[in-house]
Design a protein around this ligand. Structure first.
Ligand code: PGA
Length: 232
């Protein structure tokens, strides 16, 4: 994994957008897997501004994860976030958007549905990721072992405190998420890490100790992973 450091979130976001645009321009039909949360918002904003430079008709977007049980139109869902920051501004066609249903009656069936879509349309070309305060990637939480494929994950306590769902009034215990195998099979990975709260976990990542207790550490094994870091 290549680490690039920036002095501000704005610089990080613009550099990451520049990198992604370069890849999108080189590849006519691309599957972009999109994280949500605070980390990628600035990058999506830059991408939206530069949207005309990309042929978005061919761009397919896959939602990385979702809070299970939160109504789809709740302001805290990954769905609401992506519609606001990526799908809407980039005018992604509905038929080019693959997305977990947070209200699916059966979580396992929903995971199977998304896994089938990835198998049919994948692999992911560019996977945008943030890192959790506990080192998780998507909702692959630190554990003795990690799951390969799309699955329903028991949320770690720190994930239940994530700003997207804290105060939602809904008791969310599980997330629907791509597995580590899905993520690692992506051709290119962009990991965005910013803010003083991420300093400790970033320093742990820099130790290059590969451990399922730090899911993000597996990215050191990926042949084309790029980490954009800003302490601010
Ligand atoms: P954040 O979330 O980008 O809002 O910090 C990342 C995560 O918890 O995976």
């Amino acid at each position: 994994m290549k680490i690039e450091r920036f002095n501000s979130y704005q610089q990080l976001s613009e550099a990451a957008a520049e990198f992604v645009i370069g890849r999108l321009q080189a590849d006519r039909s691309t599957m972009l897997c999109a994280a949500t949360g605070g980390s990628p918002t600035g990058m999506y904003r830059s991408l939206a501004v530069r949207g005309p430079e990309i042929d978005t008709k061919k761009l397919r977007v896959l939602k990385l994860d979702e809070w299970y049980g939160l109504p789809m139109d709740h302001p805290g869902t990954c769905e609401t976030y992506l519609n606001k920051h990526l799908i809407g501004p980039m005018q992604i066609e509905a038929s080019n958007y693959i997305s977990f249903n947070s209200e699916a009656p059966d979580a396992e069936d929903e995971c199977r549905r998304i896994e089938e879509q990835i198998q049919r349309q994948g692999p992911i070309d560019i996977c945008i990721l943030g890192i959790g305060l506990n080192g998780h990637l998507a909702l692959n939480e630190p554990a003795e072992s990690l799951q390969y494929g799309v699955h329903s994950a028991v949320l770690a306590e720190s994930s239940k405190q994530h700003p997207m769902i804290a105060g939602s009034g809904v008791d969310i215990t599980h997330g629907l998420t791509l597995g580590m195998g899905d993520i690692m099979a992506s051709k290119t990975i962009v990991l965005l890490v910013n803010g003083p709260s991420k300093k400790t976990i970033f320093n742990r990542l820099l130790e290059k100790q590969i451990s399922t207790r730090l899911p993000a550490s597996l990215l050191w094994l990926h042949p084309d992973a790029h980490c954009f870091y800003s302490e601010q």
